[in-house]
Design a protein around this ligand. Structure first.
Ligand code: AP5
Length: 242
């Protein structure tokens, strides 16, 4: 019997079917959301974006949404405890049993430590550990990417005014919603987000580089090339343990 064929997770899923869980790491504007949507469609696993979740709360104008926006508009992180609670609730849903993609989470050492314990406790890695995809992009191109970004408020898809425009002006190709510029994509907030990333999230890259299945992918390549490299990495480690 081959090494993979007899591996079976606690929910009865053969591990060859499992994808991840995948963690997408990268600076704001690296292309995490763009790639996460493609991975989700290709492998049929849920895309869990903490940023998209917070923006949904903001749009719903709930008290919680207003609290989240206070942090987001300053380019700061939402407190770890709330973020972990929201992620916990989402990944325990049934559709995550075959794997899922975390986009924008974890972002701090505390979130990372919590996640590793939580996944082990709930048998959510099938013994294989997480797969970390680090989209490496230098800071030079980020202002151009983020200040030209158009976002769909409904499905969260990202476009770019010049490099990835929608088929019709200001309209999402996928669901027809009117595209917007995100409130935190102003130059001042972008600067704060980059500082926050350097201080709180960048250290995770070195942590994951030596723990688990880590792939560094050049995020400055065209989006389709990046996607191809991600699929190669994920296909290579499907069903394999760390
Ligand atoms: P979040 O929504 O996660 O934002 P982010 O991490 O800053 O990342 P972005 O969404 O800005 O960029 P992206 O990497 O997804 O790039 P995209 O694909 O859109 O978080 C927002 C806020 O929520 C945070 O600041 C924080 O306040 C809070 N938050 C979220 N998670 C949290 C957590 N875990 N803990 C605490 N707080 C949290 O692409 C960007 C642009 O580039 C687009 O225009 C796109 O078309 C273009 N592009 C994409 N790929 C390419 C390519 N290969 N070549 C050229 N252009 C490209």
């Amino acid at each position: 019997m081959s090494r993979i064929s007899h591996l079976e997770g606690p929910q009865g899923h053969h591990e060859i079917d499992r994808v991840g869980p995948v963690i997408l790491l990268g600076v704001p504007g690296a292309g995490k959301g763009t790639q996460a949507k493609r991975i989700s469609a290709h492998y049929q696993i849920p895309h869990i974006s903490t940023g998209d979740m917070f923006r949904a709360f903001v749009r719903a104008e709930t008290t919680r949404g207003r609290q989240f926006w206070e942090y987001m508009q300053r380019g700061e992180l939402v407190p770890d405890k709330i973020v972990c609670e929201i992620v916990a609730e989402r990944v325990l849903q049934r559709d995550c049993q075959r794997g899922f993609i975390l986009d924008g989470f974890p972002r701090t050492v505390t979130q990372t430590e919590w996640l590793i314990k939580f996944l082990a406790k709930h048998h959510l890695t099938g013994g294989g550990g997480v797969v970390v995809l680090y989209l490496a992009v230098g800071y030079n191109s980020l202002f151009e990417r983020l200040s030209g970004r158009l976002s769909c408020p409904s499905c969260g898809r990202s476009y770019h005014r010049t490099t990835q425009p929608p088929k019709h002006d200001n309209v999402c190709d996928f669901d027809g919603a009117t595209l917007i510029q995100r409130g935190d994509d102003s130059p001042e907030v972008i600067r704060e987000r980059l500082t926050t990333y350097e201080q709180q999230t960048l250290p995770l890259v070195e942590y994951f580089r030596t723990h688990g299945r880590f792939y560094q992918i050049d995020g400055t390549e065209p989006a389709d090339v990046v996607t191809e490299r991600i699929y190669n990495a994920l296909d290579a480690c499907r069903g394999t343990a760390a």
